[in-house]
Design a protein around this ligand. Sequence first.
Ligand SMILES: Nc1ncnc2c1ncn2[C@@H]1O[C@H](COP(=O)(O)OP(=O)(O)O)[C@@H](O)[C@H]1O
Ligand SMILES: [Mg+2]
Length: 233
Amino acid sequence: MNPGSVELGSVDNAFSQGGNRLCFIHPEDPTRCIKVLREDRSPAIKRGETYFPKNLKPLKYFNDNLQEASVYRKIDQCVGEPAYELIPRCYGFVETNLGPGLCSDMIRDSDNLISITMKQYIWTYGKDARINGALQSFGERWAELGMPSRQLLLHNLVVRCVDSVPVQLYLIDGLGWPDLVPLAYWSKRLARKKAGRRVVSLHHAIDRLLHIKHNKQDYGPHGWLLPDERRAV
Ligand SMILES: Nc1ncnc2c1ncn2[C@@H]1O[C@H](COP(=O)(O)OP(=O)(O)O)[C@@H](O)[C@H]1O
Ligand SMILES: [Mg+2]
């Protein structure tokens, strides 16, 4: 390993993973997290699963870390500082023993445990009055700022709680307009309209999750943290 490279240990040290990346607590700074690509979801594998004409795109389009870093640069230009009320700050790439890692703020509750996802919160507590307040503020601000994203997925939102009360939601994945020609980066009016629609869909996604739970169906593979995975510093 190169000197200066961050040692994350084995993949089992990840506190969480999504469909594409493994997430680690930064070993030298627990206020930050480092995400590396899953080996079984490499850009080449992902590209291999797509069809013409998408499979002609260069590999970097299938690298979630590179895409996310590039969207952060666009957000800095189009939205600026207020965006960080709604997304973690991103500190760029660090070299790790598991490949290039994208480093960002770890969202933690006031007791220092890693915050749970919106999916886990709704599944556990339902759509209670407390989450409604945080959801309302998040939605209004998201639309007002015209934040660029794909659909707002419940396992890509985390709920920061202070003394067990949800105070702020953060989108930790799924940033960027997915359109072939993403005009909304240049038109604030269009961005606001599209972001507003994402918020409406988010409310529908919550209703769907509650329906799934009510019918005793499966939670699904992603977005659940066990107590020891939320481990404090
Ligand atoms: N900055 C963060 N703060 C707290 N938890 C996070 C953060 N980033 C990711 N997570 C947790 O890790 C999970 C997977 O992260 P994600 O970035 O969505 O991976 P993927 O890109 O593979 O979908 C999330 O559902 C969330 O529980
Ligand atoms: Mg995700």
